[in-house]
Design a protein around this ligand. Structure first.
Ligand code: AHR
Length: 646
C-alpha cells in the first residue's frame, strides 16, 4: 500500500499520467446468446425535412400545386393562375396556367425548393412536367437556374408544347452554377398560354439512378452503415395529429403523380419551430421504402396506425367496432410486401416493378401509444394477423418513456398479449446512458423481446446535442445492448436526418444541406456496432461482473466464427491498460489483433458540414501475449478490437 502510494506520488511529481490496470476474463464458452443479424438498424421518419427536401431527391416543393395554399413555394411573375377543371391527375387536381399575352415583359414562375434548390455546376438534372396548351400554335418554354443572388447565367434550356391533351415533357438541364440556394425558373417565351402540372426537378445521379429516386449522398450514408433493419415511416407521423392525417400506406403506392398529399405533423407540432411549408408528397412511399431496405440489406419494419391518433395531441380513438378497415390495412400491407403477384396487393407491388416478395418479417402496430385503449386495439390486430400470417413478428410498444406509469402498465400487457417485440423509446442525457448500461441485464428472458426503436443521447443545448460526449455515452450504453443481445433483438438510433436549415428535432444522426451531408459522432458509433455485430455473445467479466461503468469503463464481446470482437469504452480522463485473459479457448490461440477507435480530446467536439472532427480510425493498438490480450485504451475513446483465432 505504502509502496503504491510512493509510486503514485513519484509519478505525479514526474508529471506522468498514471495508467490504471483492468483485468478482464473473456470466456470462449458458448453463452447460448445469439446476436440477431438484424440487430443494429435505422429509424426513418419524415421529420426535419428528412423525406421531402431530404432523402427523396425531388427538388421542387409543392410540385403539384396541391398544398392548401396552391402557390406555396412558388413565386409567379406575369399572368399565372391556378386551375383544377379538366385536371391531369384525379388525386392532385390543381395545375397552373401561364399566359403571355405580350402586355408584360415576361410570364412564368420560380420554385424556391426546400430552402433553395441545390445544384452543382456541370451536373445533370432532369426537369419534367405534364403540359398542354389551349392555343393552336406551338409554345416555347425555358427552364433556368438563377442563383441565390438572383443572377441567371443566361443559360436556358427549352422545350416546346403543342396540343390540347396533357403530355409529359422531360429535358436534361446541365447546371451552369454551383449553388445550394438556387431557384428553378420556368418562363413562357412565346405569346399564348401553357398549362403545367407535377413540375419536377431531380438530379440524374440518384441512388441506383432511379428517376423518382433518392438523394445519392444521403442514401449512400445509410447504406454505409450496413443497417440490419429499417423502421419506417415514423414515429409520430404514422399516428397523425388527427386520424384523418395519419400515415396511410395505400395512399403512398402506385404512380407518384396520384399519391395523396398529407400534412406533415412536424409542420406545426413545435410552435417555436413552425414550418408551414412542410407536407408529405409521399413520393418516397412504401414501395420505395421496401425497395431501399432490400438494397441496403436491411429487414423492413413498417409501422402502421393502430386506430389512435397522437395521444399527446388530438387523441382521437377509432371505436372498436369500426377498427376493421385499420386491421385490413395491416393485412393488406403484408400481402403487398409478401403476397404472390396473383394477390390483389402483390399485383400492385409487381406492377411497380418488384414481382418477388420483399420478405417482410416484422410489423409495428402503433407508435408511442399507451393505456388500455392501445392494448385492446393491439389485441384485435394481433388476433387477425396471427390468424392469417402467423410468421409475422408483431411489435407492440411500451409507450413514449423508458420507465414510469405508462411503461409499467404496458410491459405486463405486452407479455399477456404475447407481442413478439416491445418497442422502447428513450431520448436522454449522456448521464442516463452511462448509468443504464445494465438496464437489460435482468430483463425477463421468457417474455417478449426488446426493440430499442428510438434512442439518442443529447448533451444539453441544441448546438451541442450531437457531440462526442453524446456519442460515447451511446457507445457505453450499447455494450449493454450487445451483452443482452438475447433479449434486445433490434435497436435503431433516432431520428436519422436533419436539414440544417429546416429542422424540428435534435439530436439527429445525419445533418445535411442542399449539397452536403455530415455524419455525427453518433453515426460512427452506430456504424462501428453494425459492422462488428458478431453472431454470439461472449462472457467478458471483470471480477465476475460485466464491466459496465466501474471507473468509467465499459466492455462487451461477441464472436463470429474464428473472430472475436471486443468493444471497450473508456469515458475517463486517462488512458487505461487492460489485460484480457482468454478462457475456455481449447486449442485456439489469438493470432492477430486490430483496433478501430473513435476518440476526441474534447467531449463537446461536433462534426459539421464544413469539418469532420470525429471519425473512426484504424490504429496499431493491442498486443497478444500467450493467452492474454494487452490493450491500452486512450482516455475518452470507444474502441473495437478484432482478434482472429487459430
Ligand atoms: O423521432 C422523433 C419523435 O420522437 C418520434 O416521432 C416519436 O416516436 C418520438 O416521440
Amino acid at each position: 500500500m505504502k509502496q503504491r502510494l510512493i509510486t503514485i506520488i513519484l509519478a505525479l511529481v514526474a508529471g506522468i499520467s498514471v495508467q490504471a490496470q483492468t483485468n478482464l476474463d473473456l470466456s470462449l464458452k458458448s453463452t447460448g446468446k445469439t446476436v440477431n443479424p438484424d440487430m443494429y438498424g435505422i429509424f426513418f421518419e419524415d421529420i426535419n425535412f428528412g423525406a421531402d427536401g431530404g432523402l427523396y431527391a425531388e427538388m421542387v416543393k409543392n410540385r403539384s400545386f396541391d398544398f392548401p395554399y396552391p402557390l406555396m413555394g412558388w413565386i409567379p411573375f406575369g399572368d399565372v393562375t391556378v386551375h383544377n377543371e379538366d385536371a391531369c391527375f384525379r388525386n392532385n387536381p390543381n395545375y397552373i396556367r401561364i399566359v403571355n399575352d405580350g402586355r408584360l415583359l415576361r410570364a412564368g414562375i420560380d420554385n424556391e425548393g426546400f430552402r433553395g434548390i441545390g445544384v452543382v455546376k456541370g451536373e445533370e438534372y432532369r426537369f419534367s412536367a405534364y403540359v398542354r396548351t389551349l392555343c393552336d400554335s406551338t409554345m416555347t418554354v425555358a427552364v433556368e437556374l438563377p442563383g441565390q443572388d438572383g443572377y441567371n447565367k443566361k443559360k436556358s434550356f427549352k422545350f416546346t408544347v403543342s396540343g390540347k391533351e396533357w403530355q409529359k415533357v422531360s429535358i436534361i438541364v446541365n447546371s451552369p452554377i454551383t449553388d445550394a440556394h438556387a431557384h428553378l425558373r420556368i418562363c413562357l417565351r412565346t405569346l399564348g398560354s401553357v398549362d403545367m402540372d407535377h413540375i419536377s426537378f431531380f438530379p440524374v445521379k440518384t441512388w441506383k439512378g432511379r428517376e423518382n429516386g433518392l438523394r445519392l449522398d444521403l442514401a449512400q450514408a445509410l447504406a454505409d452503415l450496413h443497417p440490419g433493419v429499417l423502421r419506417f415511416p415514423g414515429g409520430c407521423v404514422i399516428e397523425g395529429n388527427s386520424l384523418e392525417t395519419r400515415y396511410q400506406w395505400k395512399k403512398t403506392v402506385g404512380p407518384v403523380e396520384e399519391r395523396v398529399l398529407n400534412e406533415n405533423r412536424w409542420n406545426y407540432t413545435f410552435k417555436h419551430r413552425a414550418f408551414p411549408d412542410y407536407f408529405q408528397t409521399c413520393g418516397l412511399g412504401f414501395f420505395e421504402f421496401f425497395q431501399f431496405a432490400e438494397e441496403i440489406g436491411a429487414a423492413p419494419l413498417p409501422v402502421i396506425s393502430c386506430g389512435l391518433s397522437c395521444q399527446y395531441e388530438s387523441n382521437e380513438v377509432v371505436p372498436m367496432d369500426e377498427l376493421g378497415p385499420y386491421i385490413q390495412d395491416a393485412l393488406d400491407l403484408i400481402e403487398f410486401a409478401n403476397g404472390p403477384v396473383t394477390s390483389t396487393w402483390g399485383k400492385v407491388r409487381a406492377e411497380m416493378g418488384h414481382p418477388a416478395p420483399f420478405g417482410m418479417k416484422y410489423l409495428g402496430v402503433g407508435n408511442e401509444q399507451w393505456d388500455y385503449i392501445y392494448v385492446e386495439r393491439l389485441e384485435a390486430f394481433m388476433k387477425a394477423i396471427r390468424a392469417k400470417y402467423p410468421e409475422i413478428q408483431i411489435v407492440g410498444t411500451s409507450g413514449p418513456e423508458a420507465d414510469g406509469d405508462k411503461f409499467e402498465y404496458l410491459w405486463p400487457e405486452m407479455k399477456r398479449l404475447g407481442a413478439d417485440l416491445v418497442d422502447e423509446h428513450y431520448y436522454k442525457s449522456p448521464n442516463w446512458f452511462f448509468s443504464n448500461a445494465r438496464r437489460y441485464d435482468n430483463y425477463d428472458r421468457k417474455g417478449p423481446k426488446v426493440f430499442a426503436g428510438e434512442y439518442a443521447s443529447h448533451d444539453g443545448d441544441n448546438k451541442n446535442a450531437n457531440n462526442f460526449k453524446a456519442a460515447i455515452s451511446e457507445a457505453a450504453f450499447m455494450t449493454g445492448l450487445e451483452r443482452n443481445a438475447d433479449v434486445v433483438r433490434l435497436a435503431t438510433y433516432a431520428p436519422l436526418f436533419a436539414h440544417a436549415e429546416a429542422w424540428q428535432w435534435n439530436p439527429d444522426m445525419i445533418w445535411f444541406d442542399n449539397l452536403r451531408c455530415s455524419k455525427t459522432p453518433s453515426y460512427y458509433v452506430q456504424q462501428m456496432y453494425a459492422w462488428n455485430k458478431g453472431t454470439d455473445v461472449l462472457d467478458l467479466l471483470c471480477g465476475g461482473e460485466p464491466l459496465a461503468g466501474q471507473n468509467g469503463l465499459y466492455a462487451s464481446a461477441v464472436r463470429e466464427g474464428s473472430k472475436i470482437i471486443v468493444k471497450v469504452v473508456n469515458t475517463g480522463l486517462k488512458a487505461e491498460k487492460f489485460t484480457v485473459t482468454l478462457k475456455d479457448a481449447g486449442e485456439l490461440k489469438a493470432d492477430s489483433i486490430s483496433c478501430t477507435t473513435l476518440h476526441h480530446d474534447d467531449l463537446t467536439a461536433v462534426n459539421t458540414l464544413d469539418a469532420e472532427n470525429v471519425h473512426p480510425v484504424e490504429i496499431a493498438e493491442g498486443k497478444i501475449s500467450g493467452s492474454k490480450l494487452k490493450l491500452k485504451v486512450a482516455a475518452q475513446s470507444f474502441n473495437v478490437y478484432t482478434v482472429t483465432l487459430k
